[in-house]
Write a protein that binds this ligand. Structure first.
Ligand SMILES: Nc1ncnc2c1ncn2[C@@H]1O[C@H](COP(=O)(O)OP(=O)(O)OP(=O)(O)O)[C@@H](O)[C@H]1O
Ligand SMILES: [Mg+2]
Length: 219
């Protein structure tokens, strides 16, 4: 569902951050993306998300060469993905509930058809009591959980999560990991970018390891 062929990326005139990446992400697969800070994990996720264009090479997403499509087709591809950003990107003027419900609202669904689902997911991530407050009053870990719930609510085909457990304690991290595994079991491909070795050790999953611009894969 994602294929990179000899993809390279540099920001502006800077050095190549990613070099000759060739790999694919299969439907219904689960993998970690790891490597030291600055290795390019977020950059790789932004390429998949179509938020960045590669400087060279070919990216195929859901069977389409992304350099050949634009406009509405790009928006349609993006909607098939759920994203947990490293910096959350919640909308501060919407409540936690409204933030999480947003992807469904954007699809044009009526609130009556999704309200119970949103509430259930918020409870699952432990935000049942916080759903009517605005993001600025949430703690870092609460914001992170709201961002995760928003990424999952529309049952994306591909979930990209950038350090999704960076702000929570180990037991909550374990619980969130279970949520990602459950989502994967229901058919979503999952890519989790993380430095957290303890988290990775809890699942026997494929590891994509970035270092010095290159990718090494451990099946
Ligand atoms: N918008 C940008 N403009 C210029 N350079 C950038 C930009 N974003 C990232 N970089 C550089 O690209 C490299 C990879 O950054 P990236 O954020 O992808 O790393 P990362 O693996 O996600 O790191 P972390 O674990 O700290 O989140 C770094 O050297 C960073 O300084
Ligand atoms: Mg990052």
């Amino acid at each position: 569902m994602v294929r990179f062929d000899n993809v390279g990326l540099r920001y502006g005139m800077g050095p190549e951050v990613l070099r000759d990446l060739t790999f694919s992400i299969e439907p219904r697969s689960f993998q970690f993306l790891t490597g030291p800070s600055g290795a390019g994990k977020t950059t790789l996720l932004r390429l998949v998300l179509l938020a960045l264009k590669p400087t060279r090479g070919l990216i195929t997403l859901f069977g389409e060469d992304v350099s050949q499509i634009g406009g509405d087709a790009l928006t349609a591809l993006r909607r098939r993905m759920g994203v947990v950003f490293q910096d959350f990107r919640l909308l501060d003027h919407l409540t936690t509930y409204e933030n999480v419900a947003l992807p469904l609202r954007v699809q044009g669904r009526e609130e009556v058809s999704y309200r119970a689902e949103v509430v259930e997911l918020l409870r699952w991530v432990g935000l049942g009591e916080r759903m009517h407050v605005l993001p600025p009053v949430l703690s870092g870990g609460e914001k992170q959980r709201a961002a995760i719930a928003r990424a999952l609510i529309a049952r994306p085909e591909l979930l990209l999560a950038d350090e999704p457990t960076g702000n929570v304690d180990p037991s909550l991290a374990k619980r969130l990991l279970r949520l990602f595994i459950e989502l994967n079991r229901l058919g979503t491909s999952v890519i989790i970018a993380t430095h957290d070795l303890a988290l990775m050790d809890q699942v026997d999953a494929r590891r994509l390891v970035l270092g010095e611009g290159r990718l090494h894969i451990y099946e």
